[in-house]
Design a protein around this ligand. Structure first.
Ligand code: PNW
Length: 481
């Protein structure tokens, strides 16, 4: 059944944000154009063997030069909101405010002005994985000083663009940044330091975020009246055997180490989940590392992360069944600390990338969980999507079905569970550079022809149906909460 002809009784508030999302490194290209400095993703892609077939974001969708084409896509979809990210090193080539690149400022200024002129609300992520290389050379997210550098950058952005940008995301997915960048090494900077750096990096990401939120709160909020949050990714986890108490506890641990790691400090207790502290301590004892503090403590001398989000920004993709494991590896690792195995239920279809089992019901359950454990916050779903690999299917009916099922679950979360969902952003506006999978994985509502120099954008069927759904929901909205 086509999304646009769905006759079920879905409803969305009249001010619901209908969006799509992208990230600078995944779409912009122009990596060395107009004074842009290098980021860790330039370095990572330019070293051989890191990314699928050594693809790079050097050109990507060339959105730096083809922004007008992106704007047309946004208009064709009828989006009310567009989530983009700034390339930190395009604005500040060495990561610091000692030198500001005027051509970077002009580019994002035009993007923002064009969006507003088209009645599209911009939501801006300050950093979506692409840390300036110059800051990596000084220790990157492992260095405590990174929080200062990020705060200066954030304040520069609030000062320069905050008259027009009212929805800010400081950092995208601290979990992915820490785990894939420093534990598995699958993402830039490609470090494999299992069981240690992951927690330090997570901590510095939280410190940096908290600093930036406090700066906004103190210096900009009164005049600019915007909102600032941090985008947290989380799977939804259920026990493999719901009657087995060990599996039930393990599923809770999975949620704690995934969502709670960042949500508890910001929305809950102001500290990491108790299960993280106790598990990591227990592992330390087993491995004879009694003196080592792997999960840092929040210092009394700087602002605590508690309360540093004006809404909940959620990136949801998939779900897992969780089994407790008594197997305790002899080496340190993030998964070893959790003592569990995360499994994809064989009945769940997997789309494109191997980790993405399609589970729209998990989103509804996760939203309810966030309502209950994070103090009923306003929630924007800042990313959610469906990938394809292999031959291009312009008639992407599986993705159409996915969006239809997902929007139904979001509607139920609002109407039946009373979750205060404010908006939904599809990942992604168009096919783009999918990190270590390069261009082999497509998430777009628009197809991008990477083999042609024009990088032509063509709407998929899912784009047409998403556009029709937006139109229909906006016309039909009765609900207002
Ligand atoms: C998100 N994983 O990242 C990012 O915010 C996007 O930039 C990205 O394109 C999108 O999801 C799709 O992958 C993730 O391995 C990257 O579980 C990797 C994982 C999850 C999310």
């Amino acid at each position: 059944m086509a999304l646009s002809k769905n006759t079920s009784v879905e409803d969305f508030p009249s001010d619901f944000a209908w969006g799509a999302a992208t990230a600078a490194y995944q779409i912009e290209g122009a990596w060395d154009v107009d004074g842009r400095g290098a980021s860790i993703w330039d370095t990572f892609c330019h070293s051989k063997g890191r990314v699928f077939e050594d693809h790079t974001g050097d050109v990507a969708c060339n959105s730096y030069q083809l922004w007008d084409e992106d704007l047309k896509c946004i208009q064709q979809l009828g989006l009310t909101h567009y989530r983009l990210s700034f390339s930190w090193s395009r604005l500040l080539p060495d990561g610091t405010t000692h030198f500001i690149n005027p051509r970077g400022v002009a580019y994002y200024s035009k993007v923002i002005d064009d969006l507003i002129a088209s009645a599209v609300v911009p939501m801006v992520t300050l950093n979506h994985f692409d840390l300036p290389q110059a800051l990596q050379d000084r220790g990157g997210w492992k260095s405590p000083e990174i929080a200062d550098a990020f705060d200066s950058y954030a304040q520069f952005c609030f000062r320069t663009f905050g008259d027009r940008v009212k929805l800010w995301i400081t950092l995208n997915e601290p979990y992915v940044c820490a785990k894939l960048g420093y534990e598995s090494g699958l993402f830039a900077p490609g470090l494999k330091e299992p069981g240690t750096s992951v927690y330090l990096v997570g901590h510095n990401l939280l410190r940096a975020h908290a600093r930036a939120w406090h700066s906004y709160n103190t210096h900009f909020r009164c005049l600019q009246r915007g909102k600032v949050s941090i985008a947290l990714n989380s799977d939804w986890a259920e026990p493999l055997d719901p009657c087995c108490t060990e599996d039930v506890a393990a599923a809770q641990r999975y949620m704690d180490f995934n969502l709670g790691w960042f949500a508890c400090p910001v929305f809950g207790t102001g500290d990491y989940p108790e299960s993280m502290r106790s598990r990591i301590e227990a592992q330390n004892l087993k491995l004879g590392l009694n003196e080592v503090q792997r999960l840092p403590k929040f210092s009394e001398d700087e602002p605590n992360p508690l309360g540093t989000a004006d809404f909940f920004a959620l990136n949801y993709y998939t779900s897992r069944k969780v089994k407790d494991t008594s197997f305790h590896p002899s080496e340190l690792s993030f998964i070893g600390d959790q003592g569990l195995e995360a499994i994809i239920d064989p009945s769940w279809p997997v789309c494109g990338v191997s980790w993405l089992a399609v589970m729209p019901e998990g989103l509804r359950k996760l939203l309810k969980y966030i309502k209950e454990t994070c103090n009923n916050p306003a929630v924007y779903i800042t990313e959610n999507g469906f990938s394809q690999i292999g031959p291009v299917e312009f008639e992407d009916i599986d993705r159409c079905q996915f969006y239809q099922d997902t929007l139904q679950q979001v509607s139920k979360a609002i109407t039946e569970d009373g979750v205060n969902v404010k908006g939904y952003f599809s990942w992604s506006l168009m096919d783009n550079f999918e990190w270590s999978d390069g261009f082999s994985v497509r998430f777009g509502l628009f197809h991008v022809d990477f083999s042609s120099p024009e990088l032509k954008r063509t709407m998929y069927r899912s784009g047409r149906e998403y556009a029709a759904a937006i139109k229909r929901y906006r016309r039909n909205t009765k609900l207002d909460k």
